[in-house]
Design a protein around this ligand. Sequence first.
Ligand code: CS2
Length: 493
Amino acid sequence: MTARLVSLDSLPPSVQRPVYARDGLGCGIVHLGLGAFHKAHQAVYTDDAIAEAGGDWMTVGVSLRSPDVADALNPQDGLYTLLVRGAGGTSARVIGSVRRVLVAPREPEAVLGAIAAPEARIVSLTITEKGYGLDPATGGLDRGNPAIAADLEGSAPPRSAVGLLVEAMRRRMTAGLAGVTVLCCDNLPGNGRIVRRLVGEFAAAKDQRLADWIAEKVRFPATMVDRITPASTAETLDEVRRLTGHADEAAVETESFSQWIIEDDFVAGRPAWEAGGALFVRDVAAYEKMKLRMLNGAHSMLAYAGHLAGHAFVRDVMGDTDLALLVERHMQDAARTLDPVPGIDLARYASELRDRFTNPAIAHRTYQIAMDGTQKLPQRLLEPAASALERGWPLDAYAFAVAAWMRYATGRDERGKSYALRDPREAEIAAVVERSGDEPALLADGLLNLPGLFPQGLRLSQPWRDKVSSKLACMLEQGMRAAIEREVSLCRA
Ligand code: CS2
């Protein structure tokens, strides 16, 4: 049996590893939602930062639900292997910046204690779009969200991320400690502002003095994060074993590209993340919009259309000439809705995205990207669609992507096999699907009218509704392949 990764001593020389002494370093960061993405992204920047400049910037991770990550990482003293799959082959690196992982449902007091500890200076988050309890219609707290509702009622200990943050801030205030920087690393536009508003609203509902303290002492810089990170598989773990000689259940794999753009607004210092290539700017908005609309928008489109066309992985979609052309169209149309982005040539950005999507070494599942559609569509597809509508620009790319989501939302593929939608609004969607009885216009109408999802401009536009509905009808009546061909002929017209 292969020995588990427990120390750095027995690694082969080809494996990059932490060059700093981990033991004495304090934990300046608490990260909520320590999953594959954090391990492939922020933790690597922190590893580079500590290696270059030192500092008490080790991370205490928190899992908000499952104990799996903690149970894999803690016996390895927080060490794990990162496989980087680039054009020149795959390399393995051991990351040392995570100290340990706590499991919120199992040890909520320890989580609150870590955030309220004097040494904590940054609380970062990757809890996915749905983790915030955001009501897209108001931009405020979704009071119908069960965890948020329970926490507002005073459930102790809190279950939601926002509830945990506010309770920990209350403890810091009471103890006379300094504020922290809350760093949202999820794919939401203006992510810092969103979290500031949710935390502020939650705190004000509890205690206005606490809300004032947070407003004064806590910072919420915005960030744009980017690194394609497929879920680990048995193949990931086998390759780690081969390259490192160790068994590592906590290993993750990722691409070589990585980008992190951060609004430089930290209240109590920060790691030297620029050592890993992070870019600190005054305003992240233009970068965020570019990434959400071009990368994530194209991703969502190709995930829904690709899944139904029988492609399990993004790279297979890119090998399908017709779909690759639609990816191209999508990126071009999305680029048109953007303001100039400092230092970035959008045509070159699009071409890099195509190369990244095509990377044969990355097995990124269309089904993984397809999850949580209701949480992803607004910033990726609906906002750019609304802005194209206002300006009189073509709507086909967005209408096709939205119709593909609607087709996907029926929960069964073209051979009649059903799959789980994995969307927090799954029950509402299923009710609409059921009521529509396979009638495309009814299905399109029902989903377009889901409360709070589509911006009003789109909901009230007959041309938009007609376009979505006719594309959906083609998908349902003639199949995804015919719908793709129809789009391709539109592009060529
Ligand atoms: C993807 C993203 O799963 C998804 O919805 O679009 O996770 C994407 O891979 C990352 O944002 C890339 O940085």
